[in-house]
Design a binder for this molecule. Sequence first.
Ligand code: IMP
Ligand code: MG
Length: 333
Amino acid sequence: MASTVVVGGFFGDEGKGKIISYLAIKDNPKIVVRGGAGPNAGHTISDGKKVYKVRMLPSGFLNKNTKVMIGPGVVINPDVLFKEIQDFNASGRAFVDGHCGIIEQEHLTRDSKGELKEKIGSTGSGTGPANADRAMRILKMAKEVKSLASLIVDVPAEVNSALASNENVLVEGTQGTFLSLWHGTYPFVTSKDVTASGICADVGLGPKNVDEVIVVFKSYVTRVGTGPLTNELSVDEAETKGWSEFGTVTGRQRRAAEFDFDLARRAVMLNSATQISITKLDIIFPDCAGKTSYEEIPAEAKSFIKNIEEKLNTPVTIIGTGPNINDVIDRRI
Ligand code: IMP
Ligand code: MG
C-alpha cells in the first residue's frame, strides 16, 4: 500500500476525521495531504484525552512524525490555519502549496448573506465565494501572502516524490460525495467536486498513482443545511435513535435518515472504492462500543456489515466503534 485516498460517501460528517487520524498513526504515512473545498469542513478527532475540532489542518496531525500538507486545489483561511497550527502543535510540520487560494474578509461577508446563506445553507466560511473568484481568476494565491511564506512547499512534488520512494501517503478528502458540485444534489452542494477524483486533482495525484480508495459511510445518514434527504426522520425520531448530531463548523442540528443503499452504491461507483469504512457502529449497536476485534461484536452487527459488503460488493475493512481514534476494528490485518 502506498497511496490511500479517504473520502466521504454521503453528505460529509461521516467520521472521516477520526478514520484518517487512526490511519495516520497506524500506517505512519510520510505525508497526510488534504484536498477538498476549504474551511467549510469540520473534522472532530478525539484521542481519549482531548477533543480536537479541525477545519483547515489535515486530520493526521496527531502523528508527530507525519508532515501535514494542504494541496493547491484547496482555499485556505490563514487565520484559521495559523490558529490550528498553534493550538495543535503542528508547527514545523504543516505546509501549504503556493497555489492554494486565499479567503479574505470580503469572501466571509459574501458567504454570510443572500442566496448562499439562505437557500443553500452554506457554512459561511467564505469557501464558495473564494472558489467563485478563483474561477474568475481574481483570487489571491498563497504565494502572494507574506505571512505564509515559511509554510509553502510544492505539494504535488512532495507527494509524488514520497510515493516514488515507496513511502505511504494518505490523502484526506473533505465533505461527501453528494455535496460534490458535479455529482451531488445541485444546487444544494459545496463549491467543488469532492469525489476521489477531485480530491486527487486537488493534491496533484494522478489517477494511475492511486492504490486504495476508502469510502467512509456513517451507519446512518446525516445532512446539515438544506437539500434533499430521502426518508428523512423527524427531529424526535432522530433523537430517540441517538442520531441527533450538531455540526462541527456551524453548530446546526444535523438532519438524519437510515443508511441509504442507493446513495452508497452510487458513491462506491463514483469514487471507485476499493474499501469501505463504516463509522459509528456503536450508535446502532451499543454492544459494539469500544470493540477492536470483529469477533467480539454481536451477530446482528456482523449481519449489518455483511449486508453492506454484499449489496455494495466491496469489503468493509475499517469499522468505527466509538469516538476515540483507537475505537476501531481494522480488518485489513
Ligand atoms: P458551503 O460549502 O459552505 O458553501 O456549503 C454548501 C452546503 O454544503 C451546505 O449545505 C453545507 O452545510 C454543506 N457542507 C459544506 N461543507 C460541509 C462539511 O464539511 N460537512 C457537512 N456539510 C458541509
Ligand atoms: Mg464535519
